[in-house]
Design a protein around this ligand. Structure first.
Ligand SMILES: [Zn+2]
Length: 357
Protein backbone atom coordinates (compact mmCIF):
# COMPACT_ATOMS: atom_id res chain seq x y z
CA UNK A 1 0.00 0.00 0.00
CA UNK A 2 1.25 3.47 -0.87
CA UNK A 3 1.45 5.77 2.13
CA UNK A 4 -0.91 8.71 1.97
CA UNK A 5 0.75 12.09 1.44
CA UNK A 6 0.14 15.04 3.77
CA UNK A 7 -1.16 17.18 0.88
CA UNK A 8 -3.85 14.62 0.15
CA UNK A 9 -4.87 14.43 3.82
CA UNK A 10 -5.26 18.22 3.81
CA UNK A 11 -7.81 17.90 0.99
CA UNK A 12 -9.89 15.26 2.82
CA UNK A 13 -12.61 16.45 5.24
CA UNK A 14 -11.70 16.09 8.91
CA UNK A 15 -13.43 16.62 12.26
CA UNK A 16 -11.63 17.93 15.34
CA UNK A 17 -13.02 17.82 18.89
CA UNK A 18 -10.10 18.92 21.07
CA UNK A 19 -8.31 22.13 20.14
CA UNK A 20 -7.43 25.00 22.50
CA UNK A 21 -7.88 28.55 21.21
CA UNK A 22 -4.91 29.81 23.29
CA UNK A 23 -2.78 26.94 21.96
CA UNK A 24 -3.28 27.65 18.28
CA UNK A 25 -2.27 31.26 17.59
CA UNK A 26 -0.18 32.20 14.55
CA UNK A 27 3.30 33.28 15.72
CA UNK A 28 3.08 36.44 13.57
CA UNK A 29 -0.19 37.37 15.29
CA UNK A 30 1.38 36.94 18.74
CA UNK A 31 4.20 39.30 17.69
CA UNK A 32 1.67 41.86 16.40
CA UNK A 33 -0.60 41.73 19.42
CA UNK A 34 2.30 41.72 21.91
CA UNK A 35 3.70 44.85 20.26
CA UNK A 36 0.34 46.59 20.60
CA UNK A 37 0.08 45.96 24.37
CA UNK A 38 3.79 46.12 25.21
CA UNK A 39 4.07 42.46 26.19
CA UNK A 40 7.64 41.11 26.24
CA UNK A 41 8.21 37.95 24.14
CA UNK A 42 11.22 35.60 24.07
CA UNK A 43 11.57 36.35 20.31
CA UNK A 44 10.06 38.94 18.00
CA UNK A 45 10.80 37.10 14.76
CA UNK A 46 7.70 34.96 14.03
CA UNK A 47 9.70 31.94 12.79
CA UNK A 48 12.01 31.97 15.79
CA UNK A 49 9.07 32.47 18.10
CA UNK A 50 7.25 29.51 16.53
CA UNK A 51 10.30 27.31 17.11
CA UNK A 52 10.59 28.59 20.68
CA UNK A 53 7.01 27.47 21.45
CA UNK A 54 7.62 23.94 20.18
CA UNK A 55 11.00 23.67 21.95
CA UNK A 56 9.53 24.88 25.26
CA UNK A 57 6.66 22.39 24.98
CA UNK A 58 9.14 19.64 24.05
CA UNK A 59 11.47 20.41 26.96
CA UNK A 60 9.81 18.09 29.47
CA UNK A 61 9.69 20.99 31.93
CA UNK A 62 6.19 21.82 33.13
CA UNK A 63 7.36 25.33 34.00
CA UNK A 64 8.49 26.03 30.45
CA UNK A 65 5.36 24.44 29.01
CA UNK A 66 3.13 26.66 31.14
CA UNK A 67 5.21 29.71 30.18
CA UNK A 68 4.11 29.23 26.57
CA UNK A 69 0.48 29.80 27.59
CA UNK A 70 1.42 32.83 29.68
CA UNK A 71 2.48 34.51 26.40
CA UNK A 72 -0.55 33.54 24.31
CA UNK A 73 -3.04 34.39 27.06
CA UNK A 74 -1.28 37.73 27.68
CA UNK A 75 -2.05 38.91 24.15
CA UNK A 76 -5.70 37.74 24.27
CA UNK A 77 -7.10 40.31 26.72
CA UNK A 78 -9.11 42.67 24.50
CA UNK A 79 -12.18 42.09 22.36
CA UNK A 80 -10.40 42.90 19.05
CA UNK A 81 -7.51 40.56 19.94
CA UNK A 82 -9.88 37.71 20.86
CA UNK A 83 -11.89 38.33 17.70
CA UNK A 84 -8.76 38.20 15.53
CA UNK A 85 -7.37 35.05 17.16
CA UNK A 86 -10.72 33.25 16.82
CA UNK A 87 -11.18 34.32 13.18
CA UNK A 88 -7.67 33.16 12.29
CA UNK A 89 -8.29 29.88 14.10
CA UNK A 90 -11.37 29.24 11.91
CA UNK A 91 -9.44 30.20 8.77
CA UNK A 92 -6.43 28.01 9.63
CA UNK A 93 -8.57 24.98 10.44
CA UNK A 94 -10.61 25.44 7.26
CA UNK A 95 -7.44 25.75 5.18
CA UNK A 96 -6.33 22.45 6.71
CA UNK A 97 -9.52 20.75 5.50
CA UNK A 98 -11.25 20.63 8.88
CA UNK A 99 -15.02 20.77 8.23
CA UNK A 100 -16.13 20.55 11.85
CA UNK A 101 -14.21 21.72 14.90
CA UNK A 102 -14.92 22.18 18.57
CA UNK A 103 -12.53 24.81 19.89
CA UNK A 104 -12.27 25.45 23.62
CA UNK A 105 -10.97 28.26 25.79
CA UNK A 106 -11.23 29.40 29.41
CA UNK A 107 -13.06 32.77 29.61
CA UNK A 108 -11.74 33.35 33.15
CA UNK A 109 -8.22 33.70 31.75
CA UNK A 110 -9.08 36.69 29.59
CA UNK A 111 -10.24 39.22 32.19
CA UNK A 112 -6.98 40.97 33.10
CA UNK A 113 -7.69 44.11 31.03
CA UNK A 114 -11.22 44.59 32.24
CA UNK A 115 -13.39 42.45 29.94
CA UNK A 116 -16.36 40.68 31.52
CA UNK A 117 -16.92 36.94 31.00
CA UNK A 118 -19.80 37.72 28.63
CA UNK A 119 -17.68 40.14 26.58
CA UNK A 120 -14.94 37.50 26.24
CA UNK A 121 -17.40 34.88 24.99
CA UNK A 122 -19.08 37.30 22.60
CA UNK A 123 -15.75 38.42 21.09
CA UNK A 124 -14.66 34.83 20.46
CA UNK A 125 -18.03 33.76 19.01
CA UNK A 126 -18.02 36.76 16.67
CA UNK A 127 -14.46 35.92 15.62
CA UNK A 128 -15.35 32.32 14.80
CA UNK A 129 -18.38 33.46 12.80
CA UNK A 130 -16.25 35.98 10.92
CA UNK A 131 -13.48 33.47 10.17
CA UNK A 132 -15.95 30.79 9.07
CA UNK A 133 -17.68 33.30 6.76
CA UNK A 134 -14.33 34.31 5.21
CA UNK A 135 -13.42 30.64 4.73
CA UNK A 136 -16.78 29.97 3.06
CA UNK A 137 -16.16 32.86 0.66
CA UNK A 138 -12.87 31.18 -0.27
CA UNK A 139 -14.78 27.93 -0.91
CA UNK A 140 -14.05 26.13 2.35
CA UNK A 141 -16.98 25.29 4.62
CA UNK A 142 -16.28 24.92 8.31
CA UNK A 143 -18.66 24.65 11.26
CA UNK A 144 -17.19 25.62 14.62
CA UNK A 145 -18.71 24.74 17.97
CA UNK A 146 -17.31 26.47 21.04
CA UNK A 147 -16.57 24.77 24.37
CA UNK A 148 -16.10 26.87 27.50
CA UNK A 149 -13.40 25.57 29.82
CA UNK A 150 -13.13 26.11 33.57
CA UNK A 151 -9.71 25.77 35.19
CA UNK A 152 -9.65 22.80 37.55
CA UNK A 153 -7.42 24.50 40.14
CA UNK A 154 -9.76 27.51 40.35
CA UNK A 155 -13.21 27.82 41.88
CA UNK A 156 -15.25 29.33 39.06
CA UNK A 157 -16.61 26.18 37.42
CA UNK A 158 -20.24 26.80 38.40
CA UNK A 159 -20.08 30.35 37.01
CA UNK A 160 -18.48 29.14 33.76
CA UNK A 161 -21.02 26.32 33.43
CA UNK A 162 -23.83 28.89 33.75
CA UNK A 163 -22.06 31.08 31.17
CA UNK A 164 -21.89 28.13 28.74
CA UNK A 165 -25.60 27.39 29.14
CA UNK A 166 -26.43 31.09 28.68
CA UNK A 167 -24.68 31.07 25.27
CA UNK A 168 -25.92 27.63 24.15
CA UNK A 169 -28.05 29.11 21.36
CA UNK A 170 -25.26 31.42 20.22
CA UNK A 171 -22.59 28.83 19.39
CA UNK A 172 -21.43 27.36 22.71
CA UNK A 173 -22.01 23.61 22.47
CA UNK A 174 -20.25 22.26 25.55
CA UNK A 175 -18.22 22.65 28.71
CA UNK A 176 -14.83 21.31 29.81
CA UNK A 177 -12.43 21.46 32.71
CA UNK A 178 -8.67 21.64 32.14
CA UNK A 179 -5.45 22.23 34.04
CA UNK A 180 -3.19 20.16 36.26
CA UNK A 181 -4.87 16.84 37.11
CA UNK A 182 -2.78 15.83 40.12
CA UNK A 183 -4.31 17.22 43.31
CA UNK A 184 -7.33 18.68 41.50
CA UNK A 185 -9.79 15.83 40.93
CA UNK A 186 -12.84 16.57 38.77
CA UNK A 187 -15.08 15.84 41.77
CA UNK A 188 -14.09 19.30 43.10
CA UNK A 189 -16.45 20.64 40.44
CA UNK A 190 -19.38 18.31 41.04
CA UNK A 191 -21.88 21.15 41.49
CA UNK A 192 -21.10 22.43 37.99
CA UNK A 193 -21.47 18.99 36.39
CA UNK A 194 -24.75 18.31 38.20
CA UNK A 195 -26.04 21.70 37.07
CA UNK A 196 -25.08 20.94 33.44
CA UNK A 197 -26.82 17.56 33.57
CA UNK A 198 -30.00 19.21 34.87
CA UNK A 199 -29.75 21.63 31.94
CA UNK A 200 -29.38 18.75 29.42
CA UNK A 201 -26.02 20.19 28.39
CA UNK A 202 -22.88 18.44 27.15
CA UNK A 203 -19.44 18.30 28.72
CA UNK A 204 -16.06 16.70 28.41
CA UNK A 205 -13.37 16.52 31.09
CA UNK A 206 -9.58 16.54 30.70
CA UNK A 207 -8.80 13.24 32.44
CA UNK A 208 -6.38 10.38 32.11
CA UNK A 209 -3.61 12.43 30.47
CA UNK A 210 -0.86 12.85 33.09
CA UNK A 211 -2.93 11.12 35.73
CA UNK A 212 -4.26 7.59 35.52
CA UNK A 213 -7.37 5.53 35.95
CA UNK A 214 -8.82 7.15 39.11
CA UNK A 215 -9.13 10.44 37.22
CA UNK A 216 -10.95 8.74 34.31
CA UNK A 217 -13.20 6.82 36.70
CA UNK A 218 -14.18 10.00 38.55
CA UNK A 219 -14.81 11.90 35.32
CA UNK A 220 -17.23 9.26 34.11
CA UNK A 221 -18.80 7.72 37.19
CA UNK A 222 -18.94 10.72 39.51
CA UNK A 223 -19.15 13.64 37.12
CA UNK A 224 -21.00 12.08 34.17
CA UNK A 225 -18.65 13.26 31.40
CA UNK A 226 -19.91 12.67 27.86
CA UNK A 227 -16.33 12.40 26.55
CA UNK A 228 -12.79 12.12 27.91
CA UNK A 229 -10.26 14.84 27.11
CA UNK A 230 -7.32 12.58 26.19
CA UNK A 231 -8.33 9.55 28.32
CA UNK A 232 -5.19 7.92 26.95
CA UNK A 233 -4.33 6.25 30.30
CA UNK A 234 -7.37 3.99 29.87
CA UNK A 235 -4.76 1.57 28.44
CA UNK A 236 -3.56 1.06 32.03
CA UNK A 237 -6.75 -0.99 32.44
CA UNK A 238 -6.00 -3.18 29.42
CA UNK A 239 -3.75 -6.24 29.81
CA UNK A 240 -1.95 -6.54 26.48
CA UNK A 241 -1.25 -9.82 24.70
CA UNK A 242 -2.52 -11.84 21.76
CA UNK A 243 -6.04 -11.36 23.08
CA UNK A 244 -5.97 -8.26 25.33
CA UNK A 245 -8.09 -8.34 28.46
CA UNK A 246 -10.09 -5.28 29.48
CA UNK A 247 -10.58 -4.34 33.12
CA UNK A 248 -14.00 -3.19 34.38
CA UNK A 249 -13.41 0.51 33.67
CA UNK A 250 -11.92 0.01 30.20
CA UNK A 251 -14.77 -2.34 29.33
CA UNK A 252 -17.30 0.24 30.53
CA UNK A 253 -15.69 3.01 28.45
CA UNK A 254 -15.71 0.81 25.35
CA UNK A 255 -19.19 -0.64 25.91
CA UNK A 256 -20.72 2.80 26.41
CA UNK A 257 -18.85 4.15 23.34
CA UNK A 258 -17.38 6.97 25.45
CA UNK A 259 -15.26 9.03 23.05
CA UNK A 260 -11.53 9.40 23.71
CA UNK A 261 -10.12 12.73 22.52
CA UNK A 262 -6.59 11.50 21.80
CA UNK A 263 -3.94 14.05 20.81
CA UNK A 264 -0.89 12.09 19.58
CA UNK A 265 1.81 14.79 19.41
CA UNK A 266 0.67 16.53 22.58
CA UNK A 267 0.50 13.21 24.45
CA UNK A 268 4.15 12.56 23.50
CA UNK A 269 5.21 16.07 24.59
CA UNK A 270 3.58 15.72 28.01
CA UNK A 271 4.92 12.20 28.49
CA UNK A 272 1.47 10.55 28.37
CA UNK A 273 2.90 8.45 25.50
CA UNK A 274 6.56 7.66 24.78
CA UNK A 275 6.42 8.15 20.99
CA UNK A 276 3.88 8.27 18.16
CA UNK A 277 4.80 4.69 17.19
CA UNK A 278 4.23 3.53 20.78
CA UNK A 279 1.11 5.64 21.26
CA UNK A 280 -1.77 3.60 22.72
CA UNK A 281 -3.96 4.82 19.86
CA UNK A 282 -2.84 1.75 17.86
CA UNK A 283 -4.10 -0.69 20.50
CA UNK A 284 -7.21 1.35 21.33
CA UNK A 285 -8.19 1.45 17.67
CA UNK A 286 -7.61 -2.28 17.26
CA UNK A 287 -9.86 -2.84 20.27
CA UNK A 288 -12.49 -0.55 18.72
CA UNK A 289 -12.71 2.05 21.43
CA UNK A 290 -14.43 5.25 20.23
CA UNK A 291 -11.08 6.82 19.29
CA UNK A 292 -10.80 10.32 17.85
CA UNK A 293 -7.66 12.15 16.66
CA UNK A 294 -7.06 15.72 17.80
CA UNK A 295 -4.51 18.54 17.83
CA UNK A 296 -4.75 19.92 21.41
CA UNK A 297 -2.33 22.86 20.95
CA UNK A 298 -1.31 23.39 17.33
CA UNK A 299 1.22 26.12 18.15
CA UNK A 300 3.01 24.28 20.99
CA UNK A 301 3.08 21.01 19.04
CA UNK A 302 3.92 22.67 15.71
CA UNK A 303 1.10 20.64 14.22
CA UNK A 304 -2.20 20.58 12.37
CA UNK A 305 -5.07 18.09 12.13
CA UNK A 306 -3.71 16.80 8.82
CA UNK A 307 -0.22 16.43 10.26
CA UNK A 308 -1.51 14.39 13.23
CA UNK A 309 -3.19 12.03 10.77
CA UNK A 310 -0.06 11.88 8.61
CA UNK A 311 2.00 10.89 11.67
CA UNK A 312 -0.44 8.04 12.35
CA UNK A 313 -0.33 6.95 8.70
CA UNK A 314 3.46 6.81 8.97
CA UNK A 315 3.57 5.05 12.35
CA UNK A 316 0.72 2.56 11.93
CA UNK A 317 0.36 2.22 8.16
CA UNK A 318 -3.21 3.53 8.23
CA UNK A 319 -5.05 4.09 4.96
CA UNK A 320 -8.09 6.16 4.00
CA UNK A 321 -10.47 3.65 5.62
CA UNK A 322 -8.90 4.26 9.03
CA UNK A 323 -8.78 8.04 8.51
CA UNK A 324 -12.48 7.99 7.62
CA UNK A 325 -13.18 5.88 10.71
CA UNK A 326 -11.45 8.44 12.97
CA UNK A 327 -13.32 11.27 11.25
CA UNK A 328 -16.74 9.65 11.56
CA UNK A 329 -16.00 8.71 15.18
CA UNK A 330 -15.32 12.38 15.90
CA UNK A 331 -18.45 13.51 14.10
CA UNK A 332 -20.60 10.95 15.96
CA UNK A 333 -19.14 12.26 19.22
CA UNK A 334 -19.65 15.97 18.50
CA UNK A 335 -21.83 18.09 20.78
CA UNK A 336 -24.01 19.59 18.01
CA UNK A 337 -27.48 18.11 17.41
CA UNK A 338 -27.76 14.59 15.95
CA UNK A 339 -29.36 15.66 12.67
CA UNK A 340 -26.55 18.16 12.01
CA UNK A 341 -23.89 15.54 12.77
CA UNK A 342 -25.59 13.09 10.44
CA UNK A 343 -25.77 15.67 7.66
CA UNK A 344 -22.00 16.31 7.85
CA UNK A 345 -21.27 12.56 7.89
CA UNK A 346 -23.57 11.71 4.99
CA UNK A 347 -23.24 14.82 2.84
CA UNK A 348 -19.61 15.84 3.39
CA UNK A 349 -17.44 13.09 4.87
CA UNK A 350 -18.70 9.88 3.27
CA UNK A 351 -18.88 11.18 -0.33
CA UNK A 352 -15.33 12.60 -0.09
CA UNK A 353 -13.78 9.42 1.35
CA UNK A 354 -15.76 7.24 -1.10
CA UNK A 355 -13.59 8.78 -3.83
CA UNK A 356 -10.41 8.01 -1.88
CA UNK A 357 -10.91 4.50 -0.50
ZN1 LIG B 1 -6.35 19.79 26.06
Amino acid sequence: MVAIALDDIVKAPKALLHDHLDGGLRPATIVDLAGAVGHQLPHTDPDELGRWFVAAADSGSLERYLETFAHTVAVMQTAPALHRVAAECALDLAADGVVYAEVRFAPEQHLSRGLTLDQVVEAVLAGFADGAAQAAEAGRQIRIGTLLTAMRHAARSQEIAELAVRYRDAGVVGFDIAGAEAGFPPTRHLDAFEYLQRENFHFTIHAGEAFGLPSIWQAIQWCGADRLGHGVRIVDDVTPGSSPVLGRLAAYVRDKRIPLELCPSSNVQTGAATSIAEHPIGLLRDLRFRVTVNTDNRLMSGTSMSREMALLVEAFGYGWAELQWFTINAMKSAFIPFDERLAIINEVIKPAYAKLI
